[in-house]
Design a protein around this ligand. Structure first.
Ligand code: ZN
Length: 101
């Protein structure tokens, strides 16, 4: 394992965390599509949290900025990105993508 590098300032918070207003769970939810609107449901208390935007996950910073996670085949880069930059849902999407390669 490489030593963890400190996260640069400009890489902070690429995505908004989804917080359950009922039990306080952070980024612990499942999604479901309801009349073309993607909704987040808490994995802890199973209550509806909020509608979330239905945008495919992509890189917000770095050399693949604007590239869809689903289109990226650079596994090493995604491992780094998931470890250092990505949080919450984005991180899950990247880890899922890594596991598919
Ligand atoms: Zn909850």
């Amino acid at each position: 394992m490489k030593q963890k590098t400190k996260q640069p300032m400009y890489l902070s918070e690429p995505t908004e965390p989804i917080v359950c207003t009922h039990c306080g769970c952070i980024d612990d939810y499942s999604t479901e599509l309801k009349s073309n609107q993607l909704t987040a449901r808490c994995a802890g208390c199973k209550k509806f949290i909020k509608n979330i935007s239905y945008a495919p996950a992509k890189f917000y910073v770095g050399k693949y900025k604007g590239t869809l996670i689903a289109d990226c085949i650079d596994k090493q880069y995604m491992i780094w990105y998931a470890e250092i930059v990505a949080k919450g849902k984005l991180k899950k999407d990247i880890l899922k993508r890594i596991s598919e390669l």
